[in-house]
Design a protein around this ligand. Structure first.
Ligand code: HEM
Ligand code: HEM
Length: 229
């Protein structure tokens, strides 16, 4: 995917860093869930953990990474790319969450008992609200010019907030799953797998930082608010 036309030099550097981190995180989560945890399946009569594995893969690649790709494409000419990629992230995120519920329900495990699940559900709900408000304000039916101008900074701030909340939810998810695996003795604390999962979570954290720095850099460079004199 190319760089949006309006981005400036520093913003581009953060944007490319984000692309590299996104690719690394995607490869790592696939290696973990497919190669080390046995694969992905929406239906499984035997090994139910294959249903769970769909959750981290879709939440990371479908929700977080797709959302990261959507953010820089917001300017007027790219508005539809921004809208479609965020819409796709929302749908894939919802499917990813349904895989976690399915896994719990088929094994008779209770739902929504963890901080991760509360923040996760909060994130996807706020993301849905953000998308609907963005759609009705900026596209259809579209608000008046002055209302659009008033709403725009709130849309941007709330958008960054909800994106970062997604990053925090994913971090808690990796921590929780790895802790389960280590507690039940499935994975050794000093194993290559534990190292891989921690590196994936680190890549996701740095991805979030790079995406937000890229947005901030493009604003600082285009407004030039500060002066060295
Ligand atoms: C932004 C991304 C994510 C969101 C929005 C999210 C959301 C959720 C939700 C709503 C549940 C509750 C399902 C239920 O109660 O049946 C859940 C469960 C779970 N998720 Fe995630 N998740 C995300 C990423 C991840 C990642 C990357 C992992 C890493 C493996 C993960 C691991 C888990 C685990 C272990 C559970 C089952 C235990 C629990 O309910 O806390 N999640 N997730
Ligand atoms: C969950 C979904 C969404 C999120 C997280 C989100 C987030 C953001 C963020 C962070 C910005 C500021 C970008 C920057 O500073 O460069 C932005 C700008 C914008 N977004 Fe969204 N957005 C979402 C959905 C939508 C939708 C559905 C529309 C409808 C068309 C939309 C239209 C816009 C527009 C017009 C801008 C301003 C572009 C400009 O500065 O000229 N957004 N969005």
């Amino acid at each position: 995917m190319g760089v949006p036309a309006e981005t400036t030099a520093k913003s581009k550097a953060f944007f490319f860093t984000a692309q590299v981190l996104a690719a690394a995180a995607a490869v790592l989560v696939l290696v973990w869930c497919i190669h080390l945890r046995g694969g992905l399946a929406f239906q499984s009569a035997g090994d139910k953990s294959l249903i769970f594995n769909v959750h981290p893969v879709l939440m990371l690649i479908g929700f977080i990474i797709m959302g990261s790709e959507a953010l820089p494409w917001s300017k007027q000419v790219n508005k539809c790319i921004h809208l479609i990629l965020h819409g796709l992230a929302l749908v894939l995120g919802a499917v990813g969450i349904s895989a976690a519920f399915k896994f719990h329900n088929e094994l008779g495990i209770s739902n929504l008992y963890s901080l991760h699940s509360w923040l996760g559900l909060g994130t996807i709900s706020l993301y849905g609200i953000q998308w609907i408000l963005g759609f009705v304000t900026f596209l259809f039916p579209g608000a008046s010019g002055s209302l659009k101008a008033t709403f725009l900074p709130w849309h941007a701030v709330f958008g960054v907030f909800v994106y970062l909340l997604g990053i925090v939810s994913a971090e808690l998810g990796f921590l929780e799953k790895l802790t389960f695996l280590e507690t039940f003795g499935t994975v050794n604390r000093f194993s290559g797998e534990a190292f891989l999962v921690n590196c994936t979570a680190l890549a996701v954290l740095l991805l979030g930082v790079s995406v937000v720095l890229s947005l901030i850099a493009s604003h600082l460079e285009s407004t030039k608010v500060y002066s060295a004199d």
